[in-house]
Write a protein that binds this ligand. Structure first.
Ligand SMILES: *[C@@H]1O[C@H](CO)[C@@H](O)[C@H](O)[C@H]1NC(C)=O
Ligand SMILES: *[C@@H]1O[C@H](CO)[C@@H](O)[C@H](O)[C@H]1NC(C)=O
Ligand SMILES: *[C@@H]1O[C@H](CO)[C@@H](O)[C@H](O)[C@H]1NC(C)=O
Ligand SMILES: *[C@@H]1O[C@H](CO)[C@@H](O)[C@H](O)[C@H]1NC(C)=O
Ligand SMILES: *[C@@H]1O[C@H](CO)[C@@H](O)[C@H](O)[C@H]1NC(C)=O
Ligand SMILES: *[C@@H]1O[C@H](CO)[C@@H](O)[C@H](O)[C@H]1NC(C)=O
Length: 439
C-alpha cells in the first residue's frame, strides 16, 4: 500500500527561498489499517526549512491484531540533531507499540518512507490462554469489538483511549486488547514521541462516540418531504464533548435548501433539543433543529422529520400583488420570479454565512417578506453547530423585471465571490477515511 503524505501547514508558510535553507520532506499520515497490509509505504513532498531548523522524522506503529495504527510526521524542527531512536514501548504478542524518531540537518535526511525498519511482525499464533478480551483499535469508537482469546500470560483486558496531538493530528484512538497487567500504561510512561504528544485515559465512559457527517440539499418542497439524514461514520469525541445534530432549513417558495451537521460539540449545552422558527411564512421560512445529547450515538435522527414535524403548515395563502425574485442556493443569478403571497410587502435579498465544525457555506437568499427591514435569522447567531451571519444589505424595491432578456443588474453581484467551501478543520487528514462530502 502506498500513501502520499499531505503537506503540513509549515509547508505552506515556509515557501520563501533562502540561501541557507535546508530541504526536508514534510507531511503527516495517520491511519488505522488492517495489520495484514503492513508494511506500509508512503511518499512525501519537500519543503524548505528556515535557517537553523532541521529535518525530522517520526513514526509510531501500534499493532493490535487484526488492526494497526500508523502515525508518521515529517517536517522542519528546531529540535537538536539526534540519531535514529527506535523505542519498543510494548512488545507483542498481543498489543505492540514501537516508535522511531530522528532529527538531522542535511539535505533531505528525513527519508523514512516505510514502516519496515521499525515494525516487525509479532507472532500472531502462539499459545493462547483461556482469557478472552474485546479487541479493537479505532478512531470511530468500539461499539462492536470482537472478543478474541488472549496470548498466554496476558490475563487482563485493557480498555483505554489514546489522545494524539501534533502537527496536523488531533485525534482520539480507542484501544482494547489483552495485557499482562491491569494498568493504564500502554506506552510505558511515554508522553511525547518527537512532535507527537500522547495522553492516555482509561476512564472508558469519558469519551463519547457520535455520528459524524454533513448533508446539504437544494430542491423544491423540503418543507413537505422528509429526506434521509444518515451519517456514514462515527467519531470519538474529546473529553467533555457531547454529540450534536443540527438542521437548518430555508424555504423561499419555488426552492428550498437544507443543511445538516452531525458530530461532536464542545458546547456547554449538554442535553437539549430545540426547534426554532427564525422567520415564519408568509414568505421566506427559516427554521432550525438543534439537538445536543450526552450518550454515545445519541445524535441519531434518521431524517428531516425531526424538524418538519414541528413546522407550521399553513394552507397556501392567497396570492398578493407583489412580485419578487425567489431563490436559495450557492449560485448567483436568480431568474425565478414569483407572485408573493398575500401578507408580504417586500422583496428580500441577502446572504447567510454558516460556519460549523466541519462545514462552512455562504447561501444566497431572495424571496418575499412581510417587513422591509427583515432579518431572516431574527438576530440569532448560534444555530446548533453553526455560527450564522446574515448580510441583508440590499433590499431591492419590488420588481417585475427579469422575466425576459438580460438579468437585472442587482443580481449579477451574486455570481462573484460567494459559494460553498468544505473544510477539514479539526478532522484528521486520514487518507483512508476522508470526511464524507455529500452535497
Ligand atoms: C481488512 O480485513 C477485513 C477482514 O479481516 C476485510 O473484511 C477488510 O476488507 C479489510 N480491509 C482492507 C482495507 O483491507
Ligand atoms: C518500560 O520502560 C522501562 C525503562 O524505561 C523498561 O525497563 C521496561 O522494560 C519497560 N516495560 C515494558 C513493558 O516494555
Ligand atoms: C410540493 O408538495 C406539494 C404537496 O405535497 C405538491 O402539491 C406540489 O406539487 C409539490 N411541488 C413540487 C415542485 O414538487
Ligand atoms: C424575533 O425575536 C423576538 C424576540 O427576540 C420575538 O419576540 C419575535 O417573535 C421573533 N420573531 C419571529 C418571526 O420569530
Ligand atoms: C424518520 O426517522 C424516524 C426516526 O428518527 C422514523 O421513525 C421515521 O419512520 C422516519 N420517517 C421516514 C419518512 O423515513
Ligand atoms: C390579504 O390580507 C388582508 C389582511 O392581511 C386581507 O384583508 C385581504 O382580504 C387578503 N386578500 C386576499 C385576496 O386574501
Amino acid at each position: 500500500m502506498i500513501f502520499i503524505l499531505l503537506p503540513t501547514l509549515l509547508g505552506v508558510t515556509l515557501m520563501l527561498p533562502r540561501m541557507q535553507a535546508l530541504t526536508c520532506q514534510s507531511g503527516t499520515l495517520m491511519s488505522v489499517v488492517n495489520a495484514s497490509t503492513l508494511p506500509l509505504q508512503w511518499t512525501a513532498p519537500e519543503i524548505e526549512c528556515e535557517d537553523g531548523w532541521g529535518c525530522q522524522d517520526m513514526l509510531m506503529v501500534i499493532e493490535n491484531e487484526p488492526k494497526a495504527l500508523v502515525v508518521a510526521i515529517k517536517g522542519c524542527t528546531l529540535e537538536k540533531d539526534h540519531d535514529v531512536r527506535v523505542t519498543q514501548h510494548r512488545t507483542g504478542p498481543g498489543l505492540s507499540i514501537v516508535s522511531y524518531t530522528h532529527v538531522c540537518r542535511e539535505k533531505l535526511c528525513n527519508l523514512l518512507s516505510t514502516t519496515l525498519p521499525v515494525w516487525t511482525s509479532s507472532p500472531s499464533t502462539g499459545p493462547e490462554s483461556s482469557v478472552r478480551c474485546p479487541v479493537c483499535l479505532s478512531t470511530e469508537g468500539c461499539e462492536s469489538a470482537t472478543e478474541l482469546k488472549c496470548p498466554v500470560g496476558h490475563t487482563h483486558c485493557y480498555n483505554g483511549v489514546l489522545q494524539l496531538k501534533g502537527e496536523n493530528i488531533l485525534t482520539n484512538v480507542r484501544v482494547q486488547g489483552c495485557m499482562p497487567q491491569a494498568a493504564c500504561d500502554l506506552l510505558n510512561q511515554t508522553q511525547k514521541i518527537g512532535p507527537l504528544s500522547v495522553r492516555e485515559n482509561c476512564d472508558s465512559n469519558a469519551f463519547l462516540t457520535c455520528q459524524q457527517g454533513i448533508m446539504l440539499q437544494t430542491k423544491p418542497n423540503l418543507t413537505e418531504k422528509p429526506i434521509q439524514w444518515n451519517a456514514l461514520r462515527s467519531v470519538m469525541c474529546d473529553l467533555e464533548e457531547v454529540c450534536q445534530e443540527t438542521l437548518l432549513l430555508i424555504d423561499v417558495g419555488p426552492s428550498s435548501l437544507i443543511v445538516g451537521s452531525k458530530g461532536c460539540s464542545s458546547a456547554r449545552t449538554r442535553d437539549s433539543q430545540t426547534v426554532t422558527i427564525h422567520s415564519a411564512p408568509p414568505g421566506v421560512l427559516v427554521a432550525s433543529y438543534a439537538h445536543f445529547c450526552s450518550s454515545s450515538g445519541c445524535n441519531k435522527a434518521q431524517n428531516s422529520s425531526v424538524l418538519l414535524n414541528s413546522l407550521p403548515h399553513p394552507a397556501s395563502p392567497a396570492p398578493g400583488d407583489l412580485q419578487c425574485p425567489a431563490c436559495v442556493g450557492f449560485h448567483g443569478s436568480c431568474t425565478t420570479i414569483v407572485t408573493c403571497p398575500n401578507g408580504t410587502s417586500h422583496c428580500y435579498s441577502g446572504s447567510m454565512r454558516f460556519i460549523g465544525s466541519k462545514l462552512s457555506a455562504t447561501v444566497n437568499i431572495q424571496g418575499c417578506v412581510a417587513h422591509r427591514s427583515s432579518s431572516l435569522l431574527n438576530r440569532t447567531n448560534n444555530i446548533g453547530d453553526f455560527n450564522a451571519l446574515e448580510n441583508s444589505g440590499n433590499e431591492n424595491e419590488p420588481t417585475i423585471q427579469g422575466r425576459a432578456g438580460a438579468a437585472p443588474a442587482p443580481y449579477l453581484a451574486w455570481v462573484v465571490g460567494l459559494g460553498l467551501s468544505l473544510a477539514l478543520w479539526c478532522g484528521v487528514p486520514s487518507l483512508l477515511a476522508p470526511f464524507p462530502h455529500e452535497p
